[in-house]
Write a protein that binds this ligand. Structure first.
Ligand code: MV4
Length: 446
């Protein structure tokens, strides 16, 4: 097992990793920017190294400084958390070259899954269900027209370097194709320096359901049930839950098996997530594979009673997994509490937290790095904390969430708490009747 892990991240996930390391008897090194010198990860880690000024590019994305911090502290592994360098193939490779274990995917898996057209071709070859569309990249507009005619409109153009909705266009009829083709390619070129495009049939009103998997270094894989992440706004998840209210035992079995096929095809090692689109007929299609621990891993931990960070560290150290799959035993919901103004287009609301009180009691978990007097910096994401409730049934988990939200006091910054309170009262949400389009029409009142 590792003796010392450096956490190349900040905020709640850095704290989350430190907590598990402490329980495993592993020493920890926090790295921090000058903006985070008073943070809890810095306080609770065994050692802390400043890696630069507030700007992420100069600190949490600064590979030479992070590697230097690992070398001077003698860390034998690096945990990248989510975001920042967690899906950076170059960083994974540099860690390996320095004899430091990267607690995440290999550079090869990251590269393979990072290029969406290649990822999809790999999945199709492995017989993972994929949305009908072009075979790999489209050579030109003429080919795009031809493929669209074959699969029929509406179609979606997608940037191969994309993700998060950038370089993506829905096209309803041929007259609109040329304009969409040009603007999507431009956007992709500017955002990623890569304008490769592929095409898919547009799935109308899908659900976003993802499967948590784990794969060890010895060829064993398992799935750990699903998370429904359909409640998103501009590709930002706001609420996640497991089980999905749309799930059936038959669908879970099929999606779990497909996720394991995907992990095998990617020669995956570590914990990861296979994202699917699920249509109204419960047909499902591979969307993307995330080669990192995700923000919403928490709800999976609650329903299968399992520490996913511990699993991640054990797998990285070479431990074997049993290969048995996990079934959700409870229902868990996570509300992301962000320092954003839900009444003002969710505009970030950084600043100093005044009074602060967390809800508590049975079935409530809060993963946060904030405290009374803490300043939420404008340099990083505006998460205040993740509020998670777990109960026997969905109804009880929702009721518990409403009770918890009513006790959560965060003064000094605007938060998404009032948004969650209204959402949880919505009849369709309560019935589990929602798709990824839900928030487009959700009538949030000030
Ligand atoms: C789609 C789709 C419909 N049909 N692909 C959005 C982000 C990117 N990873 C893929 N996305 C989508 N791909 C086909 N063929 C709809 C979306 C989509 C979406 C997916 C999941 C969660 C929220 C979404 C919001 C808008 C569009």
């Amino acid at each position: 097992m590792f003796k010392k892990i450096l956490i190349a991240n900040r905020g709640e996930i850095a704290l989350r990793v430190i907590r598990t390391c402490k329980e495993m008897g592993i020493k920890t090194v926090a790295v921090y920017s000058t903006a985070d010198k008073d943070s809890l990860p810095v306080r609770f880690a065994d050692e802390a190294v400043c890696i630069g000024p507030p700007s992420s590019t100069l600190s949490y994305l600064n590979i030479p400084n992070i590697i230097a911090a690992a070398e001077i502290t003698n860390a034998d592994a690096i945990h990248p958390g989510y975001g920042f360098l967690s899906e950076n193939a170059k960083f994974s490779r540099i860690c390996t070259e320095h004899g430091i274990k990267f607690i995440g995917a290999s550079a090869e898996s990251i590269e393979l899954m990072g290029d969406k057209a290649t990822a999809k071709a790999t999945m199709k070859a492995a017989k993972v269900p994929c949305v009908p569309g072009s075979d790999g990249l489209l050579a030109n507009l003429t080919e795009a027209k031809k493929v669209a005619k074959e699969i029929k409109y509406p179609i979606m153009l997608k940037a191969t370097a994309g993700g998060g909705g950038k370089g993506m266009r829905v096209v309803w009829k041929e007259e609109e194709l040329e304009g969409a083709w040009n603007s999507a390619r431009n956007e992709a070129k500017n955002a990623f320096g890569n304008d490769g495009m592929y095409m898919e049939k547009f799935i109308e009103e899908p659900r976003h359901i993802e499967i948590q998997i784990a794969s060890d270094q010895h060829g064993k894989h398992c799935h750990m049930s699903e998370r429904d992440c359909s409640i998103q706004r501009r590709h930002q998840k706001l609420v996640e839950e497991t089980p999905s209210p749309f799930m059936t035992p038959k669908l879970r079995k099929a999606m779990g098996a497909a996720a394991i096929k995907a992990a095998k095809a990617a020669k995956y090692e570590g914990v990861g997530t296979v994202e699917f689109l699920v249509d109204k007929n419960r047909d499902f299609y591979f969307m993307e594979m995330n080669t990192r621990i995700q923000v919403e891993h928490t709800i999976t931990e609650e329903v299968i009673d399992f520490d996913l960070i511990r699993e991640q560290i054990k797998i990285a150290a070479g431990d074997k997994i049993s290969g048995k799959n996990y079934e959700p035993k409870l229902h868990s919901i996570q509300c992301r509490i962000n320092a954003e103004d839900p009444y003002n287009d969710f505009r970030p609301s950084p600043g100093k937290i005044g009074e602060y009180h967390e809800p508590g009691g049975h079935g409530i978990r809060i993963d946060t790095h904030v405290y009374a007097g803490y300043t939420i910096s404008p340099y990083y994401d505006s998460m205040v904390g993740k509020l998670i409730t777990t109960a026997q049934t969905r109804e009880e988990a929702i009721t518990k969430m409403q009770r918890a939200l009513s006790e959560y006091i965060v003064e000094g910054v605007k938060t998404t708490i009032p948004f969650h309170q209204q959402l949880l009262k919505d009849e369709n949400f309560r019935k589990g009747n929602f798709t990824t389009k839900f928030l487009e029409t959700f009538d949030f009142k000030s």
